[in-house]
Design a protein around this ligand. Structure first.
Ligand code: UDP
Length: 161
């Protein structure tokens, strides 16, 4: 039993990241996961699913009136997505930086979109854009029981090893 938290302040922040259908089809799931692991974030939920139009219209509720929305629905339902919850210090903002600009033309090299995509309609990944957005999206995509709270082996106290 561990009574003391060993994490940094805000280490329990969580965000939703998804590899979109083009990313799955292009075998980029592993590379996306690798970047988040390597950066130092903790994976607390993961699943693959074929998205329904209902879920998508909730997820993108602020975009329903946009001219590109029908194409976005077609894109996002064109194959399975891999959706994840990542946890760690400042993970919402850092994930957005790692993902890069919405339009890959504007995305810097070194970001996921900047390294793996060329067009806004096939930009490989999603990441929540704010703390409130992350909370809303995590609840929409995951049941609480499917998000796991776990400790790292390198944080165990010496009495446990
Ligand atoms: N999108 C598009 N055309 C546009 C703007 C957005 O196809 O002109 C798509 C793109 O896949 C984008 C998603 O709609 O990732 C959601 O747009 P948002 O502005 O929320 O950008 P994001 O948060 O994904 O960077």
């Amino acid at each position: 039993h561990r009574s003391k938290s060993t994490g940094l302040p805000g280490a329990k922040e969580r965000t939703l990241v998804a590899v979109k259908p083009d990313g799955v089809q292009r075998r980029l799931v592993g590379q996306v996961i690798q970047r988040f692991e390597q950066r130092g974030f903790k994976l607390v939920g993961l699943k693959m699913l074929q998205v329904s139009e209902d879920l998508l219209s909730e997820h993108y509720c602020q975009l329903r009136q946009k001219p590109f929305y029908p194409n976005l629905v077609h894109y996002m339902t064109s194959g399975p997505v891999v959706v994840m919850v990542w946890e760690g210090h400042n993970v919402v903002q850092t994930s957005r930086t790692m993902v890069g600009h919405t339009n890959p033309t504007e995305a810097q090299a070194g970001t996921i979109r900047g390294d793996f995509s060329v067009h806004v309609s096939r930009n490989v990944v999603h990441a929540s854009d704010s703390l409130e957005g992350a909370q809303r999206e995590i609840q929409l995509w995951f049941q609480a029981k499917d998000l796991l709270d776990w400790d790292c082996c390198d944080q165990a106290s010496t009495s446990e090893v």
